[in-house]
Design a protein around this ligand. Sequence first.
Ligand code: G3H
Length: 501
Amino acid sequence: MINKIQEFNVMRENLNYKFFINGEWRVSTSGKTITIKNPFNNEIVGNIQACTKEEVDQAIINAKQSVNCWENTPIRERAEILKKAANLMNKWSDYLGELLMNENGKPLKSAISEIKRTALIFNATAEAKSELVGTTMTGDILEGGSREKISITYRVPLGVVLCIGPFNYPFNLTGSKIAPALLTGNSVVMKPSTEGSITASHLGIILDKAGVPPGVFNIITGRGSEIGDYLISHPDINMINFTGSSKTGKHLAEVAGMIPLLLELGGKDAAIVLNDADLKKTVKSIVSGAFSYNGQRCTAVKRVLPMPDIADILIEKVVEETKKLSIGDPAENKSIGPLINSNQCDYVQELIDDAIDKGVEVKCGNKREGNILWPTVLDKVTVDMRIAWEEQFGPVVPFIRVKTIEEAIKISNDSEYGLQGMIFTNNIDLALNIAQELEVGTVQINGQSSRGPDHFPFIGTKASGMGAQGIKYSIKNMSRPKVIVMNLSEKGKLLRKCDID
Ligand code: G3H
């Protein structure tokens, strides 16, 4: 891919991309690189640096040394820098979108949208700066307190925030962590997922050009298996915001120690479809929710639980619409493209094969070419099948037919995950009652599970995560209250004229 943007030349030599510390693009002293290939055609997109532990140390030291200076930069100036970064993202969205498509196989239009969505988040985060205003209180509300005791509470940054992003939204889900971290005055070390590193690394140029001072934003690339534990257990990291698999998230929580964590992990979102649901709307939501970006979204529709009177027609219509999905080259915006790598294809196929062995009905799909898996609809999935519980992260939608609402709630809740749930019905009272029973962060009524809009809280329970993200929630979670208490002297009392006759 030809780079026509002069500003990006500094970060690479031919196809070798550098990492970013203290405002400089560097080649790793390891002498090793990792090759990133296009999952659709296997062409080399570029090579990223395999950073060493010493380079991790340098990134963190620089970040730590920069915190004070950045914290002292007025909030409004930090907000202006985020807005400038958003402008640059919009300006360069076509190039970055194409690069992202080459790197993770996302359809071109969606890849460009990902860049623009990140720009929106940066702008909205800048606009949300008032979340950082403080409060004052007098102590006389509680017994034992008095008006002479006054607290001044304001918000301060946590220090060095480690932002680790996933392969499926390498630009957006790292960006959505970086914007609130920077607004609140933290410095940042970003570790993108290996697949996605190249596009995400462009955040270095963008933030540098927007005016983030050297050292405040740093990028480390490399294999999580080599530097991951070193990074997450580093004593100078003050907070970690991670998006990725539940397995890695649990490991991270074990290793990181006593620092704040914000984790967005896997999901097994179930759509409960009642007999009176609007068929057209439900079919559209299921097909789009299950198959967008080939089901490689934490919020994808990963199970459908239809009630008896609607099950046959619902499955028939979902199959009809699924067969219409175009398949092939992401550059041509085909609906279904490659999964991120062949290991992931093997895993999804394993789940399909297990279900077939146990008697599932394959309604369509179950075909593979290279890294492309055809969108697959499975009917009569039973609870002894792995696909009923394991997160497929691929283009497969299992239908588990249920007889009662209670059974649907039980199957939904028996999952180790608790990201989102869906209820399709015209009976809103009933929907609200079911919603209260679901053990998830968010329940969607008559709509597919999804993260946005990005100012909504985004929460995973159980193995799906920890803490709330979303613009103002991230700002709160990436800062802490600091309290100064003034204890006024008794003399102050004498100045008050409050004698009542
Ligand atoms: O993969 C996890 C993402 O947070 C899902 O985001 O619902 O906007 O696709 P999305």
